[in-house]
Design a protein around this ligand. Structure first.
Ligand code: TXA
Ligand code: MG
Length: 355
């Protein structure tokens, strides 16, 4: 890292954010600094979207490759015209904005090209969080990726941000743990048909109601039951990954659990510290084994599982495990996004138990 920033953390009430703290954060953004802030999905690492040097600092702080574009966050629907040059369907905006839906649209010339990694498009999001909205309203459009170091699980608390970005972010606004816990759904509206580029907080089923012609990019349907194995695991960029190796298992639940028990026993006998990440209902199956069982929540509560996912990966790292085993969730609703994050965290390592 070519510079060292003194990192300050300021607590903010998530419902009624203190205006003096917000003004300080907005001043930091306007001065070209980096501010990490809570949204309803994950924490963002923000900079002035109209300031190329500030935007460059984001890539540097995260260690993010320059070809991966950032999302521009706006405070109000009326601001859309200042960052993009298209009017998305009103019904879509009425349904999902503010919220965890990011739209890829033609880019407005005021937005620094580096935000879009040189593309003519820009990804835009209107977050549903009082702190994020107030900060953006005071500072102008904010370019922000998730506030984690490149390839690491996204940050869902201020402590996670500090863990990854201490010394490179000027200010962290601590608004508590983020509600959704998974990133937004990225929807590309620049082509002939709308395409989901990344599954996220808004499900594909929800979007189809408004966009019946919707398609899902191949990288995002790698987890559909019909196409369980990605065409090429090498196509998957390692992402959202804990320090430990992660392996995902798919197939009929009883057979998968049986196999995971076997791998857990075998690997711990070899001296590896094994963690198992899973639903509450699966925990008893691992009680007799020398593993650390990290629960995500009950099977029927995908929202809770999404909320806990990244924190659980970080928690297993903190407990020093070498290997994490996880069972693939179903692809319905939020399950598609949860499975997508896990497969990337596993660097594409999926074991299918056959029928
Ligand atoms: O929930 C979220 O989306 C969080 C919060 C902070 O808003 N942000 C987030 O940003 O997850 P990031 O940078 O981690 O992920 C942005 C995703 C990447 O997959 C990126 O490739 C895609 O959006 N993206 C951004 N701009 C794009 C563009 N112009 N065209 C296609 N994809 C784009
Ligand atoms: Mg990210």
């Amino acid at each position: 890292m070519s510079y060292y920033a003194m990192t300050r953390i300021l607590y903010l009430d998530a419902v009624n954010p203190n205006s003096r703290v917000l003004e300080q954060a907005a001043a930091t953004i306007r001065a070209g600094g980096l501010v990490a802030f809570p949204t309803e999905t994950v924490y963002g690492l923000g900079a002035d979207a109209r300031n190329p040097e500030a935007v460059a600092r984001i890539y540097q702080a995260k260690g993010r490759p320059a070809h991966n574009p950032l999302i521009v966050h706006i405070a109000d629907r009326a601001d859309l015209a200042t960052v993009a040059r298209a009017e998305p369907p009103t019904a879509l905006l009425d349904a999902f904005w503010p919220g965890p839906l990011t739209l890829v649209l033609p880019r407005h010339p005021d937005i620094a090209p580096a935000v879009s990694a040189g593309r003519e498009t820009v990804a835009v999001r209107l977050p549903d969080h009082p702190v994020a909205r107030a900060l953006i309203a005071a500072a102008g459009p904010i370019a922000a990726p998730s506030a984690n170091r490149f390839t690491r699980p996204s940050a869902t608390t201020a402590a996670h941000v500090l863990e990854d970005l201490d010394g490179v972010v000027n200010l962290i606004l601590d608004g508590g743990s983020t509600r959704i816990g998974l990133e937004s759904t990225v929807l590309d509206l620049t082509g002939n048909v709308p395409v989901v580029l990344r599954p996220g907080g808004v499900s594909v089923e929800q979007l189809r109601f408004y966009l019946p012609g919707l398609t899902v990019a191949a990288s995002a349907i790698a987890l559909d039951d019909a196409a369980a194995r990605p065409a090429s695991p090498g196509m998957l960029i390692k992402h959202y990954a804990p320090d430990a190796e992660l392996v995902m298992f798919a197939g009929p639940p009883a057979a998968v659990i049986h196999y995971m028990q076997h791998v857990a026993a075998q690997q711990s006998a070899k001296g590896r510290r094994v963690g198992v990440l899973g639903i509450d209902e699966d925990a008893p199956h691992f009680e007799e084994l020398p593993v650390i069982y990290q629960t995500l929540g009950p099977a029927d509560d995908l929202e809770r599982i999404a909320h806990n996912l990244f924190a659980a990966l970080r928690a297993l790292d903190a407990r020093g495990v070498d290997l994490i085993l996880v069972r693939r969730p179903g692809a319905a609703g939020l399950g598609l996004a949860i499975g997508d994050r896990l497969l990337r965290a596993a660097n594409g390592h999926l074991v299918e138990i056959g029928r």
